[in-house]
Design a protein around this ligand. Structure first.
Ligand SMILES: C[S@@+](CC[C@H](N)C(=O)[O-])C[C@H]1O[C@@H](n2cnc3c(N)ncnc32)[C@H](O)[C@@H]1O
Ligand SMILES: [Zn+2]
Length: 603
């Protein structure tokens, strides 16, 4: 980052003036590129070939005595008040987990250096970054991976950047950037307050331009916007170095979960499917979008952790350069068909890879269609969604290592330890390669039957020879590789043994399913290996949020504060009034899941 250290040249001064003219408010940028002014800025930036981050005026003069100090992890930030627009308490889970992921990344890179991995060799050849960095320093004959350069592209108060600098020993430098002057002022103050001058460097720039002008530069890029990250992705996949880690948040859950499917298509190039699995769907849409941006530059992604938490989704992917592996992109995504009546779904791969006898590889479009015009189970019509990423969304080895790190670090190291441990515990048990989940609420509603205990359903699936797990985004969801045909047979057996006095009317989806003859009788005898080990050992998994209002916070907007809770109702059962906050685990659901009745719907 030579430019960051550059002196004030006339061009940098011009850029600073341009920035102050063109970016008076934090609302500019991502979602509303401010029309002609924005165009003018782009044109001038291009014409003058301005350095992207020309800024950094001196610290503000606000009296520190009148400010509140908030502590999170090892960082302390000064805020005007506790509802400061630049501080979102609910994102503490996001920050805690990001620290665990980046620490794991640092460990993996060290192993990769020792194993002479290609991207580490390329780094060495390029000799990028600080002196001797690419080559790895030697101490006692042991190669040491170069310190991490992190770009926190939208840093607000700088809290996240400060935590990274203070809590991740392998960091070389954190570039903490924001488009908003007030945020940059706050950052400067907080950097000084934490004594990390030199380790955290504040910049004021439009993250999109900053990343485009610094290709192949950062080991880690963290994108944490209000709403959709999509306009940042093209720059991010270019600015990340080979093998680097991209951490991306999206809070526009209404869009990603299907409340405005055309908007999702416009932004993410994918159609969402409605249902309780919509949060995982959102993750898989994000991964599809990320991959499509990376592929343009002959890069491919490897997801290491994908989370749906409260009101947002967050993905962590590594980005590698390889023209040949990028060709596999279409084989990693699928369209999905979902039945309007019984919610059964099937995947239609977009592309396929064939290897001939001589080892030659050919890529072609997927074979289809994989479904007929009506659902084979209940006769209803099918809706199409996707493309969704249909490869694993987590790296199990990373997840195991992170869980170990979280347990070891405990409350000392993780600001919201219980929730973070719970989340990673469920993810550790989650089947990573099975896209989407079945919601037992929905199943019992379709069949109008007594809800079966989760342990019975899971055991029956295992007895039929298939895998089953919980899913972190829904306490009443199950993931399985059992075909729907097998699952409906399990439910037919259950309903036969637990008949409902109110018979389903003929011709309804549930009625049609139950009218079909049972092919293979389900066995409900307990299979302990199919149950959640965490639940059996009473490790809390779905922890309720610490406070009643645990939302996405506020967006700084022309001096006003806007609470934006526009996300909460999509993809949810509108009749279930308790289910108002999207993705939030209600206390009843959490308790139900922990008490062993996670298949039972709330009363
Ligand atoms: C959700 S906040 C970031 C919170 C922060 N990462 C944390 O964990 O505390 C989003 C920030 O993005 C900034 N922002 C919006 N558009 C931007 C752009 N194009 N470039 C840089 N920053 C931008 C806003 O000013 C705001 O401070
Ligand atoms: Zn159906």
């Amino acid at each position: 980052m030579l430019l960051l250290r550059a002196a004030w040249t006339p061009r940098r001064l011009a850029a600073a003036q341009l920035n102050s003219v063109c970016q008076p408010s934090a609302t500019r940028g991502l979602s509303s590129p401010a029309g002609p002014v924005h165009w003018l800025k782009n044109a001038l930036t291009k014409a003058l070939r301005l350095p992207q981050e020309a800024t950094i005026p001196g610290p503000t003069t606000a009296a520190e005595g009148s400010m509140n100090e908030i502590r999170e992890g090892k960082a302390k930030v000064l805020l005007a008040d506790k509802n400061d627009v630049f501080y979102n308490k609910a994102q503490v889970v996001n920050r805690d987990i990001s620290i665990a992921v980046i620490k794991t990344f640092a460990k993996k890179r060290q192993e990769e250096l020792e194993n002479n991995a290609k991207h580490m060799r390329t780094r060495a050849a390029k000799g990028k970054g600080r002196k001797g960095k690419g080559k790895g320093r030697k101490s006692d004959g042991v190669k040491v991976a170069p310190g991490l350069d992190i770009l926190e592209a939208m840093a607000a108060s700088g809290l996240r950047a400060l935590r990274y600098a203070l809590e991740i020993p392998e960091i070389n430098k954190v570039y903490a950037n924001d488009i908003d002057q007030k945020a940059v002022d706050a950052m400067r103050k907080n950097i000084e307050h934490n004594g990390v001058e030199g380790k955290v460097e504040p910049t004021k720039a439009d993250a999109r331009i900053l990343m485009l002008e610094n290709p192949d530069t950062y080991d880690v890029i963290d994108l944490d916007p209000y709403g959709a990250p999509v306009t940042l992705l093209d720059g991010a996949v270019q600015a990340i170095c080979d093998g680097g880690l991209l951490c991306v948040t999206a809070t526009d859950m209404a869009v990603l979960c299907g409340n405005s499917s055309e908007a999702c298509w416009m932004k993410y190039g994918s159609y969402p499917l409605k249902g309780k699995h919509c949060h995982e769907g959102a993750l898989r849409i994000m991964l599809h979008t990320l991959q499509s941006h990376a592929a343009r530059y002959k890069k491919y992604i490897v997801p290491v952790l994908s989370l749906s938490v409260d009101f947002y989704v967050r993905v962590f992917v590594r980005v590698f350069t390889s023209a040949s592996l990028t060709k596999e992109a279409a084989t990693r995504v699928s369209y999905a068909y979902q039945c309007n009546g019984c919610h059964a779904f099937s995947f239609q791969p977009v592309g396929r890879k064939e290897t001939n006898k001589r080892g030659g590889v050919k890529f072609s479009p997927g074979l289809g269609p994989v479904v007929g015009t009506a659902c084979e189970h209940c006769g209803s019509r099918m809706k199409m969604g996707g493309p969704f990423w249909t490869e694993p969304i987590h790296d199990k080895q990373w997840v195991k290592e992170m869980l170990g790190m979280i347990k070891k670090g405990g409350k000392e190291e993780f600001a919201i330890f219980d929730k973070v441990r719970g989340l990673i515990t469920v993810i550790d048990e989650e089947l990573p390669d099975v896209p989407l989940s079945l919601c037992m609420h929905d199943v019992t509603k379709v069949l109008k039957c007594t809800p079966p205990p989760s342990a019975d359903v899971r055991s029956a699936i295992a007895n039929a020879g298939y895998r089953v797990s919980s899913t972190h985004d829904n306490p009443t969801g199950i993931k399985t590789d059992a075909p729907f045909e097998v699952f409906w047979d399990i439910m037919r057996t259950w309903v036969r043994d637990h008949p409902n006095p109110n018979k389903l009317s003929e011709g309804t989806p549930g009625g049609n399913i139950l009218a079909k003859p049972l092919k293979v009788e389900a066995k409900f005898s307990r299979v302990y290996s199919a149950l959640s080990k965490a639940k059996m050992s009473k490790t809390p998994r779905f922890t309720p949020n610490p406070e009643a209002f645990w939302g996405p916070g506020t967006r700084a907007s022309a001096g006003k504060r806007k609470r934006f809770m526009s996300a909460p109702t999509e993809g949810l059962d509108k009749n279930n009034k308790k289910d108002r906050r999207l993705g939030a685990v209600s206390e009843a659901e959490a308790k139900g899941a922990e008490n062993g009745d996670d298949a039972k719907p709330e009363n």
